[in-house]
Design a protein around this ligand. Sequence first.
Ligand code: GTP
Length: 201
Amino acid sequence: MEDYKYLFKVVLIGNAGVGKTCLVRRFTQGLFPPGQGATIGVDFMIKTVEVNGEKVKLQIWDTAGQERFRSITQSYYRSANALILVYDICCQTSFESLPQWLHEIETYASSKVLTYLVGNKSDQITKREIPTNVGQQFSERYEMKYLETSAKEADNVEKLFMDIAVELTKQTKEHELRPNSLEIFNKGETTSISTVSCCKI
Ligand code: GTP
């Protein structure tokens, strides 16, 4: 018998060096790894969380930001339940690349995919190049949820993944109740983390 109620696939994308791997490590292992090398292709980690007393398994795919891996990483979009599009709030180039990433999403992901825009490295206050309201406005224009995070300071990282777990659980339950409906409703859900397990390929 499965030890979880739902399994969701979450894929992180965005330019090289914006902190995708650090966000995943912070959430799954509770650490900020020193000297993190560039991701080669794709890494994968698992964490089981609890949403309203039910176990939800998050399969988290950390893709390489480097252009040369793009053809590999594109193949992971299709089956994603949620995409986390990450930029670095201290790096204008990573923000300017967002339209390209949106094009990738439009081309390769499911039209129903839940997409979060994340401005990472919010701890770097003096080096900030992208004001919060600029990120927020961009996310609203493209109908994405928005959060600023710090993998280093563990700021908003758990909230990011838990929000995704709650939202996907809510959508799935709604779909189970009314299979033909795309409408989503949520009433006061509570969450807590139960178990953690990790693997790397
Ligand atoms: P690729 O694997 O090449 O796509 O990069 P990535 O997006 O996975 O970036 P990674 O997690 O490897 O982090 C890149 C650099 O940013 C590392 O030096 C991290 O230490 C640093 N970094 C990541 N997150 C944060 C953060 O929240 N704050 C600060 N100050 N540095 C961060």
